[in-house]
Design a protein around this ligand. Structure first.
Ligand SMILES: [Zn+2]
Ligand SMILES: [Zn+2]
Length: 306
């Protein structure tokens, strides 16, 4: 059987799930942000401006970008939600990205907790991800509090450039080891002060290029995350995983604990892994090419593949 995002009969769409405009603390207007992503050849972007009570860096309303949509490019109403209670953050703030929010989603107040905020965003229809866990040292205890989120941002381009703390893979693996079914995102978190756009994105297999189509696909995990490498096909038959990619130098399959299988070479485009003895309830695949560009599959849960 093919593994998502392949084998669904859907088109693949490239998009940024996390970015800012002058609606909050970004440098460019929403119109200019959209033009940047159109010029990069993206199919969609998210104007996930900060939604919080502090107007020094945040807005108190979700930005309405509908007039910026074109025939072959859309924006998803989104926000980076904040609330108090985060340790190891100088402002004690959580950062939670919600994609596909209703435009009237209410600004969080000083009393709302992170788990409640995540649940409220999901109840409103959003795909919710834990932003830049490494950037503000998310602890494992904190990760368990917010494990109801749909996804972990495992790559944040702006955090890589601004603080060399752009990963989220350790927290993602922790949640997977704890049996949580999360998916992965790679994002820009573009503010445009730094060259922080076009660095991390998702490739989504959706029935149509629409808010409903993309959010349903993301919630189903029908996507992968990338900084430049690509999966071309993923299949599993009789316990053997077949991976087809753009030219890369390593293909690694990771599972629970320290379990991993690796294939190395020069510009390899295919590898097979026998998972019949792989003692893990889940596996995920990571690519790295000669230039260091990467791609991460979502985790696949063995029990749901049968
Ligand atoms: Zn943030
Ligand atoms: Zn942000």
């Amino acid at each position: 059987m093919k593994l998502p995002p392949f084998g669904l009969g859907h088109s693949l769409y490239r998009g940024n799930l996390h970015g800012h405009s002058t609606h909050s603390d970004g440098v460019f207007s929403a119109q200019d942000v959209v033009q940047k992503y159109v010029d990069l050849g993206y199919d969609f972007t998210c104007l996930s401006d900060h939604l919080w009570i502090d107007d020094k860096f945040a807005a108190t309303s979700v930005f309405d970008g509908r007039t910026l949509d074109r025939k072959d490019f859309i924006t998803l109403p989104s926000a980076e939600l904040h609330c108090y209670g985060k340790t190891y953050d100088q402002d004690s703030l959580w950062h939670i990205v919600a994609n596909g929010l209703p435009l009237d989603f209410a600004c969080p107040d000083a009393n709302e907790t992170a788990p409640d905020l995540i649940a409220r965003a999901q109840a409103a229809g959003a795909y919710v991800s834990l932003a830049h866990p490494e950037w503000y040292t998310m602890t494992t205890d904190e990760a368990m509090q917010v494990a109801g989120a749909d996804a972990v941002e495992i790559y944040n381009h702006s955090c890589v450039l601004s603080s060399a703390r752009g990963s989220g893979i350790t927290i993602a693996d922790y949640l997977l080891n704890e049996g949580k079914k999360i998916s992965f995102t790679a994002t820009d978190d573009s503010h445009f002060e730094l060259p922080d756009w076009g660095g991390g994105w998702v490739i989504v297999a959706a029935a149509e290029l629409s808010q409903n189509g993309l959010i349903a696909a993301l919630k189903a995990g029908h996507h992968y995350a990338s900084t430049g490498a690509d999966f071309n096909d993923l299949q599993i038959e009789g316990g053997v995983l077949a991976v087809h990619t753009t030219p890369v130098d390593s293909i690694v399959v990771s599972g629970e604990g320290h379990l991993a299988l690796a294939c190395y070479g020069k510009n390899i485009t295919a590898a097979k892994f026998d998972l019949s003895e792989f003692r893990s309830d889940w596996f995920r695949i990571t690519l790295r090419d000669a230039a260091g560009k990467m791609a991460w599959s979502n985790p696949y849960f063995i029990g749901s593949l049968k």
